[in-house]
Design a protein around this ligand. Structure first.
Ligand code: ATP
Length: 340
């Protein structure tokens, strides 16, 4: 039996993770869950945002499902998300975003694969009397492995093309290395896939004006972060965007949104991103049919008129989760009927 480490975290994290867990448990009995502490709550309880035993539990599990943490805007803040990403070598951040019938109709169906181990998010900042310098590294090794990850993902999900998003006209050496690595690998190892590249500013505009032009995007850390929020806004909002952080030996799945302290405790958070993160997680650990069943159940829940509060509906987190579980149960009953 596989083990999932559950990290509810802060704000709406525990609320949406509870919904995701209920859906996963309705889809399969074959998982064991262990809980671990993280975030601002963990800091109050233990003095650490990412306690050592949390990291041990995460590393010992087959995969992890994480809610959200409330970040602090202080210079001494030690982000637990960056911390576990580094400790577990989660080099690829994968964010699929698409329309759901009844929610949005933007012709969007894109997977953004973002390099997660270097770039601008390593908090490598050096202050002097005149200001602060942020160091941003782009290495050959990290570029190669994220491009190869995007190729594997494109092939395994039957996608046809990969677009490299960069700013190599200005950042000629660093983004230039990323673009060259992409072009070389695509030309020699992935002739079955279409490939193209685009400057990040025009890619942002084109994502909004012509979303169906994109299939898989492979990009650097900052660009991927911004583009995936743009994409999720087009698909209905942050409540719709799941995310996977993947490394050679470990993985952590999460809703792309934060802890939303403004709505925490009110039971109105949209659990869709967390439920879809659960679906991605099951796919990653080899439970493809359960992953697909959950995805289809969410799709059908929206297609049949269920609407969460963030998109102008009346269903709170729990009510929407019940609708998804009932769609899952319908699928199970019809499968049993077919097998009989
Ligand atoms: P943090 O400090 O944790 O990043 P934040 O509020 O700055 O929190 P988000 O949590 O990403 O950032 O929220 C941004 C906005 O989107 C907030 O107004 C929040 O209420 C809304 N939001 C985020 N997630 C959801 C959700 N699952 N359902 C409904 N609204 C959401």
């Amino acid at each position: 039996m596989k083990t999932v480490c559950i990290l509810p975290g802060d704000g709406i994290g525990p609320e949406v993770i509870d919904c995701a867990r209920r859906v996963i448990e309705a889809a399969t009995d074959d998982l064991e869950f262990v809980a671990a502490d993280i975030g601002a709550g963990a800091f109050q309880r233990t003095g650490r945002y990412l306690p050592d035993d949390t990291l041990t539990t995460m590393k010992g599990a087959d995969t992890c499902l994480f809610g959200a943490v409330t970040s602090e805007r202080s210079e001494t803040y030690d982000s637990p998300v960056i911390g576990f990403g580094k400790e577990m070598d989660l080099f690829a951040n994968v964010r699929p975003v698409r329309d759901f019938a009844g929610v949005s109709d933007s012709q969007l169906d894109v997977v953004i694969v973002r390099e997660n181990s270097e770039g601008l998010y390593t908090m490598d900042e050096v202050a002097d009397d005149a200001g602060v310098t942020t160091r941003r590294r782009v290495s050959l090794r990290a570029s190669e492995r994220i491009v190869r990850h995007a190729i594997v993902l494109a092939r395994s999900t039957d996608r046809e093309g990969i677009c490299c998003v960069h700013k190599a006209n200005v950042l000629r050496r660093s983004d230039g290395l990323f673009l060259k690595t992409f072009s070389d690998i695509m030309a020699t190892e992935a002739q079955d896939l279409r490939f193209s590249d685009q400057l990040v500013d025009s890619a942002a505009a084109r994502l909004v004006s012509s979303p169906s032009d994109f299939d898989v995007i492979v990009t650097l850390n900052l660009y991927g972060d911004i583009l995936s929020d743009v994409a999720s806004a087009m698909a209905g909002g942050l409540g719709f965007a799941p995310s996977g952080n993947i490394g050679p030996s470990h993985s952590v799945f999460e809703p792309a949104h934060g802890s939303a302290p403004d709505i925490a405790g009110r039971g109105i958070a949209n659990p869709t991103a967390a439920i879809l993160a659960g679906s991605m997680m099951l796919g990653h650990i080899g439970m493809a049919s359960e992953a697909k069943a959950i995805y289809r159940a969410v799709f059908e829940a929206y297609a049949t008129g269920n609407k969460t509060v963030d998109i102008g509906g009346a269903q709170g987190s729990s009510k929407f989760t019940e609708a998804v579980i009932s769609k899952l149960n319908v699928q199970k009953t019809s499968l049993e009927g077919t097998n009989r």
